[in-house]
Write a protein that binds this ligand. Sequence first.
Ligand SMILES: Nc1nc2c(ncn2[C@@H]2O[C@H](COP(=O)(O)OP(=O)(O)OP(=O)(O)O)[C@@H](O)[C@H]2O)c(=O)[nH]1
Ligand SMILES: [Mg+2]
Length: 204
Amino acid sequence: MTLRALPIAFVGSFPDPLQTLDPPLPEIAFVGRSNVGKSSLLNALVGRKQIAKVSGTPGKTQLLNVFRLPTCYFLDLPGYGFAKSSKTAREGFRLLLEGVVGKRSSLSGAVWLLDARHPPSEDDRAIQELLASTGRPVLTVLTKADKLTRSEQAAALGARARELGMAADELMLTSSETGLGMVDLRESVLAAVAGAGRPSGADD
Ligand SMILES: Nc1nc2c(ncn2[C@@H]2O[C@H](COP(=O)(O)OP(=O)(O)OP(=O)(O)O)[C@@H](O)[C@H]2O)c(=O)[nH]1
Ligand SMILES: [Mg+2]
């Protein structure tokens, strides 16, 4: 299933995690280990086939790739934990990711992706802490659910929730292939964007 396409434009690829964007709008980063499906999820969320570049080879996204929607920016990032990248490349990806998550004051929130089939890695744990330390909203997404049967999906949801110390209903089970979970995720992301546009502490 493909969602109704949202208006979206590629802004650019930047090496600097603190690259300023004009006009300023809420920013949502897609964070997760290499090959987990960040670029695919971004495409599925906006209903486009390949506005963000996807590849079966881990390490495809290497810079801060920025996409502009009417009310926000989506930031597609390199993945972490790809052992086959050179040490220099890995260090570069790490600095970019840590810069965006830890130091980018204009960042509104993140979509954090984990493969539904695998327990979180040490790198995932480290990023979980970094994300939590920023106090920004994080939507935790399990990817590639189409690779599991229905009963395996339910079991994986329970297992990942236990491992992460979260409630199962805090995790969103998704597939960029089938569109599973994409309507809910789009709604949650756009709600986070709308919330980010309000002064902090605003109440209604
Ligand atoms: N079956 C299935 N495959 C998927 C899904 N999402 C992504 N993939 C595949 O997983 C591979 C990696 O996808 P990407 O979207 O490039 O992953 P990424 O996290 O952006 O990877 P890097 O940019 O290298 O960090 C590609 O072969 C995709 O087709 C999914 O929901 N289901
Ligand atoms: Mg990518």
